[in-house]
Structure formats: C-alpha cells, structure tokens
Write a protein that binds this ligand. Structure first.
Ligand code: FAD
Length: 159
C-alpha cells in the first residue's frame, strides 16, 4: 500500500473474520494480534505494525467494553489520525481515545442507569447529572433520545 492508501478494518465481529482470513491468505498483511483482534494502538487506533491500517469498533484490539457508544468516541479519533497519516505520515498530537464506553442498564420498569467508564474503569460521565443512579430520565434517554442520536446523528456523521 502507498501512504495515500489506508485500510480501515471495521465490520464488527465480521472484521475479526476478515483479520483471520488475511492471516491465512496474505501473511504480508496479517493485521490480527495473538487473540484475533485487529492490533491497534489503544489511543490512536493506528495499527502497531502497519501505519496505513486503522481499526475501531468491535473488531479493534482495544480493551474497552464493545459498544456503539465507544465507536462514537473512536470515529473522530480514527478519522483525524487517518487524514494526518495520509498527508504527513504521522498521527495527530491531540486526537486520542481513552477507552470511553457506556452501558445502559435497565434497573426496573421505566428506570435505568448509564454506566460510563474508560480503560481504567474510572467513571467517565458525559452528562452533568449522576448517571450511576437509576432514573426515569435515563430510561427516557435510552428509549427516545438515543435511537434519534443513532439514526440521525451517528449514522450521518453528525454526532
Ligand atoms: C443485542 C445488543 C445490544 C446492544 N446494545 C447496545 C447499547 O445499548 N448501546 C451501545 O452503545 N452498544 C450496544 N451494543 C453494541 C453495539 O451494537 C456494537 O458494539 C456496535 O454496533 C459495534 O459497531 P461496529 O461498527 O464495530 O460493528 P457493527 O455495528 O456490527 O457494524 C458492522 C457492519 O459491517 C457489515 N459487514 C459485515 N461483514 C461485511 C462485509 N464482508 N462486507 C461489508 N460489510 C460487512 C455488517 O452488516 C454491519 O452493518 C449492543 C449489541 C448487541 C448485540
């Protein structure tokens, strides 16, 4: 690959299959780590052996809980670093992913809490309220707001 060409390995769990196929068929582009995940730097999402390769989401070898919420934080980091590599052969100095993920946990009928944490399992709240406490507002967020965020924001590259 020239430095203007990049490979992004995503595809969720199918990305792991792709990595396994590359390992079998094309040893020169063996992107997987020992466990089969795509071997990337945990903060830049750039492959540790192939500078033109990036990965995010469920396929990436990052030690975060695999969620769409994590992908939402990873995507801008990957894009910024990928564009910089295509231009200047190096990643940016300021775009890093620190393992943010979030898990909505339904705790009762019409009640939910949002566990948000990073690689170090430290709380990493994104809202100005205590989301660790079960609340009706969190349930409303999950049922009505997050689907809009997903379909109208994330999938269109706006959120
Ligand atoms: C039941 C369930 C509930 C979940 N709930 C939540 C939640 O509440 N909040 C949250 O943040 N996360 C949740 N997740 C996790 C979240 O869905 C995943 O972490 C996220 O979708 C991973 O994104 P991804 O882009 O890596 O993979 P995916 O979203 O799996 O996207 C991969 C895409 O690649 C496509 N693809 C596969 N193979 C190929 C191929 N060969 N060629 C071209 N395209 C291909 C697939 O069709 C798919 O569209 C949930 C997951 C499950 C299973």
């Amino acid at each position: 690959m020239s430095h203007h060409q990049v490979l992004i390995v995503g595809g969720g769990t199918a990305g792991i299959t792709v990595a396994a196929q590359l390992r079998r068929k094309n040893r020169t582009l063996d992107v997987a780590n020992a466990d089969g995940w795509v071997e990337v730097d945990h903060n830049t999402l750039q492959h540790t052996r192939f500078p033109n390769v990036f990965s995010l989401g469920d396929a990436a070898g990052t030690p975060n809980a695999k969620t769409g919420a994590a992908v939402r934080k990873q995507a801008p980091v990957l894009v910024a670093n990928m564009l910089r590599v295509m231009k200047e052969d190096k990643v940016t100095d300021d775009k890093r992913y620190f393992g943010y993920t979030s898990c909505p946990l339904t705790t009762g009928y019409g009640e939910m809490l949002l566990a948000e944490f990073n690689y170090k399992n430290e709380p990493d709240p994104s809202l100005p309220i205590n989301t660790k406490k079960p609340r009706k507002s969190m349930w409303i967020l999950k049922k009505y707001v997050l689907p809009q965020l997903y379909w109208k924001g994330m999938l269109r590259g706006r959120a």
